[in-house]
Design a protein. Structure first.
Length: 700
């Protein structure tokens, strides 16, 4: 039977997973008494250009999964029991209020996620600060984009994942991909890079592993994990010595170059090569190719960002961009490839501890007054800055947070040092989780609220380019499932907020968000649902008549004087060094078949058929040293704990390094061993390097 034959319904939707947000037609067919679904990518999508990956093709499978929660569930004597919404809301409000009366308003924490729509991200921030009056709110995006976001804000005065639209990539002459495995994580944008290569671009990949992405490279720098900044700084030295600096750009559009000139001059390339594990010749070649190219991009992602020095890593690569003047021009710029579906919008509208909507700062008096006015409260009533996601776990452990409200997140799996996190969450007096499934975190909850999926929920998402897209609802939520925004409104009402949470639709919330973001760093005020029904719009978009801004920084950066900032050169420091007890470096990451903590993708039979359990990539020579056979279970240990994983031989990884994906929970969770040391600037944990040991397990 041909695809589409016998189609009963076509749902125009978009994939809920990664930051590309590929749009598609989901065809619903009736085969006798059963329904069958097939996804067909949208050829007119300006970003994915008619492509989708295996995740998108199977995204609907979790929507119709039998394990979906369809009613509020209260835990009684260890068992979840179905209860009506009225009772659930009343009970939550009663528990929160009682605990707040006893311990103060900050005793309740809120934990969000980067897959929430812009409307829900905005509302979650408002809910925490207005309805609960707590300062403790943060989200899982802390583990995704915080290093790059903090670096971009500091260097450019604004944080939008990509400075240019993807459509400019094919015309760029040199592209550097640092710690990003696009071919697995955002596969539908790989053709932009292929086209660039076909057009003569020189492609450099910096990654400890040979990946599907590094196959595209003209030069692959197989860096030691965590040592990327040595390479950027070595390249900067070559660029300066060999006359590739864009002096005019440095003079007119940047600050602080003179302050780091001596540092650049004193870089020792032999030391750089030794520390980075990459030869001097390769570093020189990379510098020459990027330096002499008429245009160029540098893209970073979690490989270089998920470190306790992630912020400084990104600043070092931005130094390279600024030194060569490759930004604010066609086919030249910088980008941090966002991971989560709404990783971009999710970090702009106030679910971060330090932020208010429109990328306003919670510590800036002008920003506070503006938002307080939008929310109809006194500035003094607005809580101050809280703490980051992992620090919230520490506050819970210390008893400073006694109750947690989790929405669209699975912190037990996605936090580093997850054994500690699980123990901390067990100390909570009251845990509420809103989710589609009983995730590893929801399992620990006192009360679970059923939330809707991407096919049911209307709202806007901002993709990795900064393009705001409207996703319309295509089916009614089953049974008693509610949208996250409805849950927040009803809960706020139950907590006594009569005004401020009376929205009738996602569009209502978006219209308030437009006002809240007006004049902020992420200005959405000119974007309307009507406009979005026609096409996606890049922010900033300050007026309804404004076309949106696909390329940033053409004339000015967002700092007051319009200039971008260089940053002092730093030598990256590993938090853990291998020892006799823990002789290998572990690095973690993503695979194409799964998304985040796997709550949705592990419930897709087709994705599970392709990749059903975490596999540890290990070089055969390393494996032989430890008596590990291919395709056998082994125990992986670090200072923090251990987990069980199956070996997969690969000669594409360094011999001192092993790799594991993080999409599984319980004993298969790689975060049981990862290092929670936080970056002092952005509070990103050191996910990417920790010292581990491996032991064979007897059973196959
Ligand atoms: Fe597109 Fe990303 Fe979904 Fe794959 S996971 S279909 S690349 S949005």
């Amino acid at each position: 039977k041909q695809l589409g034959e016998g189609t009963e319904k076509v749902m125009k939707t978009q994939c809920p997973y990664c930051s590309v947000q590929c749009s598609m037609d989901l065809l619903e067919e009736k085969i006798v008494t059963r329904k069958r679904f097939k996804a067909k990518p949208n050829k007119k999508d300006p970003t994915s250009q008619g492509l989708m990956c295996i995740k998108g093709a199977n995204a609907h499978q979790h929507v119709f999964h039998g394990e979906r929660i369809t009613h509020p569930l209260l835990k009684i004597d260890g068992e979840f029991v179905r209860i009506p919404w009225e009772l659930a809301l009343e009970f939550i409000a009663h528990q929160f209020k009682t605990l707040q009366e006893q311990y103060g308003t900050d005793t309740v924490g809120v934990y969000g996620g980067g897959s929430l729509t812009n409307e829900e991200s905005y509302l979650l921030g408002k809910f925490a600060r207005v309805a609960l009056k707590t300062k403790y709110i943060d989200y899982n995006g802390r583990f995704c984009m915080s290093a790059a976001a903090t670096a971009m804000n500091a260097a450019f005065g604004i944080d939008r994942g990509l400075s240019n639209s993807l459509s400019e990539i094919p015309d760029s002459k040199c592209i550097i991909l640092v710690g990003t495995n696009i071919a697995e994580c955002q596969p539908t944008i790989l053709p932009y890079f292929r086209k660039a290569k076909k057009n003569g671009a020189f492609i450099i990949v910096i990654d400890p592993r040979e990946t599907a992405t590094s196959k595209l490279a003209d030069l692959h720098l197989q860096v030691k994990p965590g040592m990327d900044a040595y390479i950027s700084n070595g390249m900067l030295k070559v660029i300066m010595d060999e006359g590739y600096l864009d002096k005019e750009f440095i003079q007119n559009r940047t600050n602080y170059f003179e302050e780091i000139k001596e540092q650049i001059d004193s870089i020792d390339l032999l030391e750089t090569a030794k520390e980075s594990g990459v030869s001097v010749e390769q570093i020189v070649e990379a510098a020459r190719q990027y330096g002499k190219a008429a245009s160029g991009f540098i893209f970073t992602a979690r490989g270089v960002e998920q470190h306790a020095h992630g912020y400084e890593n990104v600043r070092q690569f931005i130094n390279l961009v600024l030194a060569t003047g490759k930004i604010g021009k066609y086919a030249s710029g910088y980008g941090a490839i966002t991971g989560q579906g709404n990783g971009q919008g999710g970090r702009e509208h106030g679910q971060k501890a330090d932020q208010l909507p429109g990328y306003r700062s919670i510590e800036n008096e002008k920003d506070r007054s503006y938002i307080a006015k939008v929310w109809g409260m006194e500035e003094s009533e607005l809580p101050r800055k809280g703490v980051s996601a992992y620090e919230m776990m520490e506050k819970i452990d210390a008893g400073e947070i006694s109750s947690l409200f989790v929405m669209a997140s699975n912190p037990v799996v996605s936090n580093p040092n997850s054994i500690f996190v699980e123990r901390a969450l067990q100390k909570l007096q009251f845990l509420v989780v809103a989710d589609m499934f009983v995730s590893e975190t929801a399992r620990m909850a006192d009360l679970i609220l059923p939330s809707s999926t991407y096919l049911e929920n209307e709202g806007t998402m901002t993709n990795l380019e900064g393009r705001v897209i409207l996703r319309e609802a295509k089916r009614k939520p089953p049974n008693e499932v509610k949208h996250d925004w409805q849950i927040l409104c009803e809960l706020a009402n139950a907590l006594g907020c009569d005004t401020g949470f009376t929205y009738k639709s996602a569009e209502d919330i978006f219209n308030e968000l437009r006002v809240a973001s007006k004049g902020g760093r992420a200005d959405y005020s000119g974007i309307t649902y009507n406009r979005l029904r026609e096409e996606g719009i890049f922010w900033p978009c300050p007026k309804v008549s404004h076309p949106g801004t696909s390329r940033l920084f053409d004339d000015t950066f967002a700092h007051e004087d319009g200039k971008a900032l260089f940053y002092p050169l730093k030598k990256p420091l590993l938090m853990e060094i291998v020892t006799d007890k823990y002789p290998l470096y572990l690095t973690t990451g993503r695979i194409m078949e799964h998304y985040l903590s796997g709550t949705q993708t592990r419930r897709s039979p087709d994705l599970m058929k392709r990749y059903s359990e975490p596999l540890l990539e290990i070089h055969p020579e390393t494996a032989a040293k430890y008596g590990i056979e291919d395709n056998t279970l082994l125990q992986l240990q670090s200072e923090r704990g251990s987990m069980i994983i199956r070996s997969k031989y690969s000669d594409k990884i360094r011999r001192d390094t092993i790799f594991a994906p993080f999409h599984w929970g319980d004993s298969q969770s790689i975060n049981r061993v990862t290092d929670p040391t936080l970056d002092p600037f952005c509070k990103m944990p050191e996910f990417k390097v920790c010292a581990v040991n491996i032991l064979p397990l007897l059973e196959k």
